[in-house]
Design a protein around this ligand. Sequence first.
Ligand code: PXG
Length: 291
Amino acid sequence: MSRIIYIDGEYVNEDKAKVSVFDHGLLYGDGIFEGIRAYNGRVFKGKEHIDRLFCAAKALMLEIPLTKEEVAEVLVETCKRNNLTDGYIRLVVTRGKGDLGLSPTKCKTATIFCIAANITLYPDEMYENGMPIITASQRRNKATIIDPQIKSLNYLNNILAKIQANQAGVLEALMLNHDGIVAECTGDNIFIIKDGVIYTPPLHVGILDGITRNTVMELARGLGYEVYEKEFTQYNLYNADECFLTGTAAEVIAVTSVDQRVIGSGKCGSITKKLLAAFKEHTKLDGLEIK
Ligand code: PXG
């Protein structure tokens, strides 16, 4: 079945959804995106994703040709037209069609498109048993150069780390920041648990302000756990009792070894299991209704 794609004000068949070779999103990675989930007929954390998109646009002086309300409508309508109640939505805004040359002055209007489809990052078995990861030698972008809070179309930093994961035979890589402090993974935020207390790196380390990260912190506090945004090192990670990753695509997944050091019992830990269950439950309730 051909998908229906939203592009620049129209809903068209997948084969008609085309972007110009002069689009600066393609030529220079000049654009931003959001990866969003739909669960149970709702666009999960739709408002939060739209807010983050507009913040990134502001930082890049990129004018989104729709209001936040109109973007919300596009998310819902794209799901509806694809009969999707559970799935993955990719929303992309580029600087638009210009000409050759870096300057965006020739790009009259931004290109905006939305795909509603599916995504499977990791096998089901890993959600039960956890996954091994490695540390990439590639460091996360420094916030003073390209702020990782901007979810831009330039993911080369993360892709280089992902290549290292693939080469090591694992599915995800940990990225340290410029100073060697644990930052995040290529497409997920990281948490550790030690003596019943939950820690995740603070934003100033240079990470994406993950929407799943914020949701899990709230859920964990609601369950009575102490949660701290605190810097930690690989040493702290290797010696943690539990470790897990969060992301829209990854959801919540336990990490059972890092650089061949077994984390805790080597199984998905009991607190991680509770958070996984709480997250799953929460996804059924939250978000913009697809109707
Ligand atoms: N860090 C980075 C660098 C990300 O790209 C997250 C953390 C998690 O943020 P959210 O808001 O989703 O909880 C992301 C988001 C993929 C893929 O194909 C990954 C993301 C988005 C889209 C696709 O792996 N990660």
